[in-house]
Structures are given as C-alpha cells and as structure tokens.
Design a protein around this ligand. Structure first.
Ligand SMILES: *Cc1c(COP(=O)(O)O)cnc(C)c1O
Length: 448
C-alpha cells in the first residue's frame, strides 16, 4: 500500500493496523546525521518511508509543521543531572501530540488537494487528542473535523481548547454520555460502510501510521547526541509514543533500555513484566490521557515480537477479545529491554513535589509518572545512564493536579499565554444525545 493511502485510510482492510514492510537500517548514516538540525533529521526520516510524495513537497510539509512550535529547539532537552527531560510540549496545544498532528493535518491537506477529494475527520476524545487534532486541521482546505467528547467529562480548560477555535471546518460535539459512549458511537459510525464511503470519513487517532512516523524523529535526534545508548522513560497510554521509540531501535539506532511508565491503569506494565495481557477496569487518575486499558498500538509491537507473523498477532488479539486475557507462551521475556513500571497517584504527586523542591522544575502529572518510573527502574536495574524522560504535556494543561501537588508556589507554572488567551466568548459546540443517528445526522448536515 502506498504511503498516501496508509495516511488516508488509517486501518488495513482486514481491520488490523498498518506497519511498514520493512524498517530501513540506518546504522551507517548516524554519523552523517549528527550534523543535521531537528527539522532536517525529521525530513530524512520521513523520506525513508514515504514513497509517493515528491521529496521537496514532503520536506516543505515537515518544515512547515514545526513552525507551529514556539521553542527555537522545537524539542529542548533539559538536563537535571540525574536525568534529562525531553520537552515535547512546545506546540500549539501544549502536548506531544502536536508533533504528529501538525504534520498529519498538513499531509491530509496536501494529499486531498492532489486528488481533488474531501475528507471528514471524525474522532472521539476525553482530552488532549481532540485539541491537538483540531489545531492540526483548523482552517485547512478540503477537510472538516468532528470531535465527539463527553459533555462535562473533560476539564473546562480542555473543552475550551477545542471549542474556542473559530474556523468553520471545526465541529465540537458534546455528547450527553461517557467517553465510552463517544467511542462506541464513533465505532459504529465507521462500521456503517455506506455512510463512511458517502461522507468520506477519516480518522486521526494514534493508529494512523504517520503519527508513529512523526514521533520517531525526536528519539533519533536524542540518540545521535547521546554518549551511550539512551535510556528512554515514556508515559504510556495507547502505546503510540513508546512504539515510535521501539521502531527506532528496529532501524539499528542504539537504544539501551525503555521504561514503559503507566499510572494505575497498568495493563501494559503488567504485560511487559509477566507476559500476560489481561484487561482490568479503568481507573480515573490525575494523568487522564493514560487512563486506558486496551492499547491499540500494542498490535504493532506484537507483530515485531512474533517475528512479523500476522497470524500470531491475530490469534493473540482474538484470544484477548474473547476472554479478556492472552499470554506470550514461548518462555522468553516479552522484551528484555523494556521495564514496565506502574506509578500510583500518591507517588505521582510526591514526585511532582520532590522534583520541584530539588530542581525548581514543574512537571505535569503524566511526565511525573514517567520520571518516577525511571527512578524505580534505575534502582532495580542498576543501569548508570541518566535516563531521558519524555515530557508529554506542559504543566499548565493540568493546573488542578499541579496546585494540589506543589501548592501555591505553582501559580506561575500553571499559566501559559496560549491557554490564558483562550476566549470563552468564541466557544462553539453542539450538544447531542448519545445516539449514533443524531451524530450521523449532524455530519450529514454539516459537510460541504
Ligand atoms: C496521549 C498522551 C499520553 C499517552 O501517549 P500514548 O502514545 O497514547 O502512549 C501521555 N501523556 C499525555 C499528556 C498525552 O496526551
């Protein structure tokens, strides 16, 4: 399948996830790549995987996407001595999701312009994905976006980030139900193939291969500058961000270890420790973007783990869907380089407090989960390399948790000009019942 089709369809025809036929080995290019800027490196990586966009056009898309970031280094690496923090939150909605979605929105616009088609993106969100997707496609030609979210189920700030966007191609649908209701409406809307085809529905969730690809660039960038094989600690929900790091290892880039960090929703941490993938109940935490039990991107990892045998992946996933449990049964560790570590809310807050006291650095709760997991993993593995902890959100996105953890000293840190300037007077949203027909009728009435 050509790259452009993978971007536009999202899923493979059999309902599985798309993976590249091979991961090019770049070991012999690393020395030359060290000279490249962040943007130039991202361009090189995209060119390796994209087979049907002219290189100059592709370079322009990637370069333009990073102009939306407000830090000169785009993804600065902050050295705190015992560990480093890779700040990925300098994009327009202050989460790492901007890296991929700023590129994806531009790719959509380019590909649609080329084919003369339109696309209606429909997504469900309980928080960060919605705003990052909206900012990726707002005002772009030939595409509209419809975001379903639980009415009253997001923070006010998260809702305002989505609704206070004046562009006419942005539609925020506040569903009178839970996030699960939103997801099931989304699924069944996509399941109506006649409707999906007629209204040209597209998806932006983290199963889109282009999102993983975009995220690979920052891992390579760090590895090129590391003295020893890097150790990455990644706060994990849908397994998208950490899979990008694992894909980079697949390309022959030296990486020492991966710390897979979860909150109380620890299905992935348990899986990597025990080989058993067993569904649990969803806990609500102060790191809501990781309140996930079933991680869609794990399928891509399983494909690598099972020697690229899609039948074994299918059997594993079918078993999991049927019984809520599946296991790796070849007696080997799931991945000898991955440490799965869960961090509860009390320890997350304690970490935020401790890091603020020691270094004067304010963490968002997701990043704090990753840092605490890295500390725990280092104390058991005895690995001496200072880990690179992925900062997935700016603390100002989660003001309640930050103030609760570190008190009123946090006042400065919980502000950011792009959040403070959101204008409630611009907010537009449509409240709909938790009913597929109502959502489909809205889409019908609002496509151009
Ligand atoms: C989405 C998100 C995560 C989880 O990332 P995955 O790719 O789903 O593992 C972690 N932190 C924040 C702030 C997020 O928005």
């Amino acid at each position: 399948m050509p790259f452009s089709q993978a971007v536009l369809t999202g899923l493979a025809p059999d309902g599985g996830l798309l993976v590249p036929e091979w991961f090019p080995n770049v070991a012999d290019r690393l020395a030359a790549w060290r000279e490249l800027s962040f943007v130039e490196l991202a361009q090189e990586i995209f060119r390796l995987y994209v087979d049907d966009i002219a290189p100059d056009d592709l370079d322009a898309i990637v370069a333009d996407a990073f102009t939306a970031f407000d830090h000169p280094d785009i993804a600065p690496l902050v050295d705190l001595g015992d560990f480093k923090v890779l700040e990925l939150f300098h994009g327009p909605t202050l989460s790492f999701k901007d890296v991929a979605l700023q590129i994806l929105g531009r790719l959509f616009e380019y590909l649609l312009g080329r084919s003369g088609e339109r696309l209606n993106i429909v997504g469900a969100t309980s928080g960060d994905t919605g705003s990052a997707a909206i900012y990726g496609v707002r005002g772009r030609e030939n595409l509209s976006i419809f975001v379903l979210y639980p009415n009253g189920g997001t923070s006010e700030l998260q809702e305002l980030q989505m609704t206070a966007v004046p562009d006419a191609n942005v539609h925020c649908l506040a569903i009178e139900g839970s996030f699960d209701d939103c997801q099931s409406i989304l699924k069944s809307t996509f399941g109506d193939l006649a409707f999906k085809t007629e209204y040209r529905l597209g998806a932006v969730n983290s199963i889109n291969w282009a999102r993983v690809l975009a995220q690979m660039s920052y891992y390579v960038h760090v590895c090129l500058r590391a003295e020893a094989p890097a150790v990455f600690a990644v706060p994990t929900g849908n397994f998208g961000n950490i899979f990008a790091a694992i894909a980079v290892r697949e390309m022959g880039v030296p990486i020492g270890r991966f710390v897979l960090a979860t909150n109380e929703n620890d299905i992935l941490a348990r899986f990597f420790r025990t080989g058993v993938y067993r569904r649990g109940v969803v806990h609500r935490t102060i790191s809501p973007s990781m309140d996930i039990q079933v991680s869609s991107n794990l399928e891509r990892f399983l494909w690598l783990r099972f020697g690229r045998d899609p039948e074994r992946v299918k059997r594993f996933m079918a078993e999991f869907l049927k019984s809520g449990e599946a296991a790796i049964d070849d007696g080997k560790p799931v991945d000898a380089c991955v440490d799965g570590v869960a961090v509860n809310m009390a320890n997350t807050k304690a970490t935020m407090r401790d890091i603020h006291e020691r270094y004067g650095y304010v963490l968002d709760p997701h990043t704090a989960v990753g840092i605490q997991a890295a500390r725990l993993a280092a104390s058991t593995s005895g690995n001496g390399t200072a880990p690179v902890c992925i900062a997935t959100a700016h603390p100002a996105k989660f003001p309640e948790a930050v103030v609760e953890a570190i008190g009123s000293q946090a006042r400065e840190a919980v502000h950011h000009p792009s959040l403070d300037s959101l204008d409630p007077a611009l907010a537009r949203r449509t409240v709909l019942p938790a009913d597929r027909e109502a959502v489909m009728a809205y889409i019908r009435g609002n496509t151009t």
